[in-house]
Design a binder for this molecule. Sequence first.
Ligand code: C2E
Ligand code: CA
Ligand code: CA
Ligand code: CA
Length: 275
Amino acid sequence: AKKAGRNCYAWFDLSMERELQTRNELESGLRTAIPRGEIVPYFEQQIDLQTGRLIGFEVLARWEHPTRGLISPDLFIPIAEETGMIAEMSLSLMQQAFTAARDWDSAITLSVNISPFQLRDAWLAQKIIKVMTETGFPASRLEIEITESSLFDNLSLAQSIVGSLKNQGARLALDDFGTGYSSLAHLRALPFDRIKIDKSFVISLNESADSAAIVNAIVSLGESLNLPITAEGVEDAAIEARLKALGCSKAQGWHYGKPLSVAGARRLLAERRML
Ligand code: C2E
Ligand code: CA
Ligand code: CA
Ligand code: CA
């Protein structure tokens, strides 16, 4: 039946076949990549807009593939989520990032991305706390980033996981705000400490009146709810100046440099005397 089906599908063209091959290749490669340590954390600078100081990093997954080079998380995170590998991958990333950052200046925080799939695990908070204990990285230097889509699945479980982490001193950020199913109700569903404006609005801030209006609205929303704002996707000084004038508290983006490896982050911190 498969053979006949395949003949029927004239639209199953070469590019789709290639795509599927790549996907299968990535999926089987990913299974071994995690234990082999090929999934590594990169560090994107976060800047205090009012002082201009480096105050932390967002931890971003990279796959150092032995033959393909550095692979983007947009390619392998969805596969890791579908196959359930995301949990192990995320804890391994935290283990590596916390080990690296433990000795950095105590003012440096880490923001880690948590997938909606992980918020189905009743033991997630305990697992993250265990990694913090083992690496000696304090929860007070940890920020958890979750997207709004995380809130649809099992809100009470998400609330209890987040509650346990916040009890330890971690903070919670709402990622990619303004995309997807944004609803003001989401802001009250979990005890968020901060909102991150999605980079799509920030990148076009100075070219699009709509983006400017959206960024303005999110900043004043943050002000009235007492939630500081992080802007991501800051690509130049003009956008930085605009966000600063608006009263955004933190910024990140290519204006400050591309995400750094552990070694790159260490070099930067050494230059700034923050090691
Ligand atoms: P995100 O959490 O929204 O992360 C920000 C993305 O924007 C990063 O891409 C970052 O490199 C990119 N970016 C930063 N500054 C700029 C800029 O100025 N301009 C532009 N055009 N882009 C900028 P990256 O590293 O490719 O990550 C893509 C997405 O993959 C992340 O989006 C996040 O959703 C996911 N991701 C990455 N690491 C992890 C992880 O460890 N766990 C989970 N669950 N998801 C992850
Ligand atoms: Ca993020
Ligand atoms: Ca984001
Ligand atoms: Ca995103």
